[in-house]
Structures are given as C-alpha cells and as structure tokens.
Ligand binder design. Structure first.
Ligand SMILES: [Zn+2]
Length: 121
C-alpha cells in the first residue's frame, strides 16, 4: 500500500457517511461528515450498463465547494470506481466514491430510489 508523505502525524480526518430514508420522499438523503465539515446530497440510483451508478445532487443551500457543480455521478464498476467531480478527475479518489463504498460496506446503501423524476407536486 502506498503511503502519502504529509509531514504531519498520520491522523485520518473523521469521515462518516450516513443515509436517511425519509418515508414518502422519493430520494434518500446522504450526509457526509468529513473533519469538521458536513456535506449533504440527494442520493439516487441511475441506470447504467457499466456497473452501479449513483447520482449525488447537492443541497441547494449548501455553502462552499464547487459552485459550478450541482450534482455528481458516481460509478462503481469492475474496472474501477469513478466520479465526475474535479477531485476524482484530478486525484483518482474523492469523498463521493468513498461515501458510497463505505455505505455499501456497512450495508446501509440499499434500498435507495432509482432515477427520480422531478415532480412539481
Ligand atoms: Zn466525487
């Protein structure tokens, strides 16, 4: 396993994804606690021919982060895991993929809704 030299003591920042299933709501709410920050997304499944695909739609009121992006697409596949965010493109990993993987590993990931339609009601 490669180690990343940081010059600091190797202390991993706190990281905890949780998924809330609100009854009557067609989307699951994903919250990710990372260090002292928290991130909120609507999580849904997307149809994919390549693996298991997810859409993470940012909560609109959320401050910070990349304001140009409103949603990210995560793909878990046999060839590797991918995310459309800039962090993953640049570094090959990100909190979105990590959150989905940790939820999956702890059995929290399913059931989540599939590709929600935007309804006005
Ligand atoms: Zn990402």
């Amino acid at each position: 396993m490669p180690t990343v030299p940081t010059g600091r003591t190797a202390r991993k920042p706190f990281f905890r994804p949780t998924l809330d299933h609100a009854e009557g709501v067609s989307r699951a709410c994903l919250s990710v606690l990372q260090g002292k920050r928290s991130f909120l997304y609507w999580l849904s499944l997307e149809p994919s021919d390549w693996g298991t695909a997810f859409r993470l739609e940012k909560f609109r009121f959320q401050e910070g982060g990349d304001r140009e992006e409103t949603e990210y697409h995560v793909l878990l596949s046999a060839d590797g895991n991918h995310c459309t965010c800039k962090g993953h493109v640049a570094h090959g990993h990100c909190k979105h993929v990590r959150a989905v993987l940790e939820l999956q590993a702890t059995g929290q990931l399913y059931p989540i809704p599939t590709s929600p339609e935007r309804k006005s009601a």
